[in-house]
Ligand binder design. Structure first.
Ligand SMILES: Cc1cc2nc3c(=O)[nH]c(=O)nc-3n(C[C@H](O)[C@H](O)[C@H](O)COP(=O)(O)OP(=O)(O)OC[C@H]3O[C@@H](n4cnc5c(N)ncnc54)[C@H](O)[C@@H]3O)c2cc1C
Length: 230
């Protein structure tokens, strides 16, 4: 992996604290859906970000801007507050969180920006045209934290027999007619009987709860793939 300079060329505000960031690369490389890029920071190794999509020489990321008072987080603020044309040092692609060779049904569960590598995997699946079923579960605290719902809806219309998605919030919000859920509530014996592989991404706590729940439901460890944002 060689170090390179990437330039911010587009920024889209997806929610009050989540941004879609497009960077121009000096050269194009092969990558697998699910892999990440790592920004090199002064004095420390870096921060990694899953790749949403590679469109020719543009790499697209989705980054949550963590508040300053929340555990001293700082790099996400630098990325989200950057101006167009700002340049960063980075290395890519890396990571082993990629789709297996299997063509069986898959369940994807994530919190917040954990969507990113999974969305790239979905794009790969659409290109492959295999008939496996994909079910997505997007878990956030409030409805205002959701993004890309229109993209899921378009996929559901296009692939009504193979693509399903669910939105869950951990705080109840009557105006959206969505009840309070924890992501593990979704994992029932019936759901587990329909899926062969499980892909989890996002906050470490959520991944550990899901792993525990899947183990209780007798899902073998080899069928559970995950990326922890830690
Ligand atoms: C392989 C990998 C891929 C990643 N991809 C993304 C991505 O696509 N988008 C993105 O916004 N972040 C992603 N992250 C997290 C990112 O690397 C940084 O940790 C995050 O931006 C905070 O950086 P910071 O310097 O502001 O705070 P830090 O000082 O790095 O604070 C890190 C703390 O925040 C927690 N944390 C960081 N991100 C999340 C998250 N999304 N959900 C829950 N807890 C989190 C970590 O567990 C840790 O405790 C990824 C992390 C890894 C390891």
């Amino acid at each position: 992996m060689a170090m390179m300079e990437v330039k911010l060329v587009k920024k889209v505000e997806l929610t009050h604290d989540v941004f879609e960031l497009h960077y121009k690369l000096p050269e194009i490389k092969e990558m697998k859906a699910g892999q990440f890029i790592t920004f090199i920071l002064p004095g420390v190794w870096g921060r990694s970000y899953s790749i949403l999509e590679l469109i020719w020489d543009i790499v697209v990321l989705i980054v949550k801007r963590w508040p300053e008072h929340n555990g001293g987080r700082w790099w996400s603020i630098i990325l989200c507050d950057a101006k167009l044309e700002d340049i960063f040092k980075a290395v890519w692609p890396a990571g082993h969180f990629v789709l297996s060779e299997s063509t069986e049904n898959r369940l994807f569960l994530w919190t917040g920006t954990g969507l990113v590598p999974l969305f790239n995997m979905i794009l790969e699946w659409l290109k492959s045209k295999n008939g496996a079923k994909y079910q997505l579960v997007f878990w956030v605290r409030y409805m205002e934290d959701m993004f890309y719902v229109e993209k899921f809806e378009a996929l559901k219309k296009k692939f009504p027999d193979t693509f399903y998605y669910h939105l869950m919030t951990s705080r109840s919000e009557e105006q959206w007619n969505i009840k309070k859920w924890y992501i593990t509530d979704f994992l029932s014996p019936k759901v587990v009987s329909e899926y062969w592989e499980y892909y989890l991404c996002g906050a470490p706590g959520m991944i550990e709860w899901c792993q525990e729940k899947l183990a209780q439901l007798w899902v073998e460890k080899e069928k559970v793939f995950f990326e922890k944002y830690s």
